[in-house]
Design a protein. Structure first.
Length: 98
């Protein structure tokens, strides 16, 4: 397990990252930073916590819009479970995400 220092909305965070997962984590950080920056730059919300909640909702909504593959189309439930565990582990290892 390695650690990466990242910046989201101008704030530095040290995040735990499974070995080999650095690229995926950096892509996720970039996505969150873009979403939070867009909300902040729109000028309607100033509080960092509210920006984070709105960004999370926007990203979750975008994810929900992605059609699920049909059964047997190559999506492995075990792979999805591993992804959820990686996210949980990353968030639990660093209680300072927001």
């Amino acid at each position: 397990m390695s650690q990466l220092e990242v910046t989201i909305l101008g704030q530095s965070y040290v995040l735990a990252c499974p070995d080999g997962g650095e690229r995926d984590l950096l892509e996720a950080v970039a996505m969150v930073d873009r979403e939070m920056s867009a909300i902040r730059d729109a000028g309607k919300v100033k509080a960092r916590e509210r920006i984070a909640v709105l960004a999370a909702l926007n990203l979750a909504y975008q994810l929900a819009e992605v059609p699920l593959p049909s059964p047997g189309a190559g999506t492995d439930a075990a792979e999805l479970e591993r992804l959820v565990q990686r996210i949980d582990q990353t968030l639990s290892d660093d209680g300072r995400l927001l």
